[in-house]
Write a protein that binds this ligand. Sequence first.
Ligand SMILES: *Cc1c(COP(=O)(O)O)cnc(C)c1O
Length: 368
Amino acid sequence: MLRGPRAEIDLSALSHNLGHLKSLSGGLPAIAVVKADAYGHGATQISKKLVGEGVSRLGVAFLSEALLLRESGIRAEIIVFFDVEEPALFFEQKLTPVINSIKEARAFSRESVKRNKEIEIHVKVDTGMGRMGMNGGNPEKEILEIAALPGLKVRWLMSHFSDVSPGDPGYARLQLDKMNALRTALAQKGVKTLCHMSSSASTLLVPESHMDSLRVGLLLYGCIPFPDPEENRPSKKWDFRPVMKVKTNIRAIKKFKKGEAISYERSFITGRDSLIAVLPVGYADGYHRMMSNKAHVVINGKRAPQVGRICMDLTMIDVSDIEGVSEGDEVVLLGDGLGHLELASWAGTNPYEIMTSLGKGARRSYLV
Ligand SMILES: *Cc1c(COP(=O)(O)O)cnc(C)c1O
């Protein structure tokens, strides 16, 4: 048996989600975020599908990710969010940089003049995220300076939300106001830009933030980033379908008497005579150890509890209540009603980390 988890990536769910996003935003274009290997779904396959469905802009975190996409034949615009170290490569590979300062802008301007070739840039402003982007000082003045540098075309202004929650989008509105004020001030001085700011949560909760393009990842992969505020489970208001399903097969089934200890540190003691199945999956595959004694899996359409400490390569589940279960049976770790948000709550993390870590560990196959 091949070890570890398998991820089934449903590309038709991806298309569905893209279509749903379009209808929610009145047909706005979206920068499809495919960083971190498309959140664990495989950047090349996901990007090819999205481009085939009409997406014209992709977003990645680092240059290395953009180069891989170019190598695999993807010609769409690729915006590199966090990496400007080698301006020459941006020109050679026709990539789009996100500029965070005058200093970064100058490096691209020099390269542009050297090659006698204009480059379109996105300028990032920190409106309250406290991470990348121009902050403090006088961003308006700096952007005017950048716009005056030879060879650069400041086409887009971008910013990133820090805190968009269903309960209180107040901080997001504050960030949005800053962005709008800056855009207006720049336009009055002759620097007219388009803007993108809205990632998944704000796309659903703050429609005014859609501006000229969305910039989303999580929704494309079929996950809403927050639970339904009323029901505390995935919201039914929107129809995003999970793209990734993760499965494995039972490696062994063992009989234990009541009162026996399961796995490291004896964190689980059988409360009855039990059938315990061992899965060839562990935290090395992204099945978080923090989920120990909290997680559930699905076998033959029925939930079974995970018991004892999750190990590096192995995980135990209690299958005493699963009729007719046998070694080799398929076990669903994510999917079949086990959502990213539920796993995230067991692991004390967010759905992003569930996707990226489980997706990275799994052997992937693609359903078209
Ligand atoms: C990851 C990322 C996004 C996408 O966020 P989602 O919540 O997945 O939609 C958008 N913009 C930037 C700058 C990001 O780093």
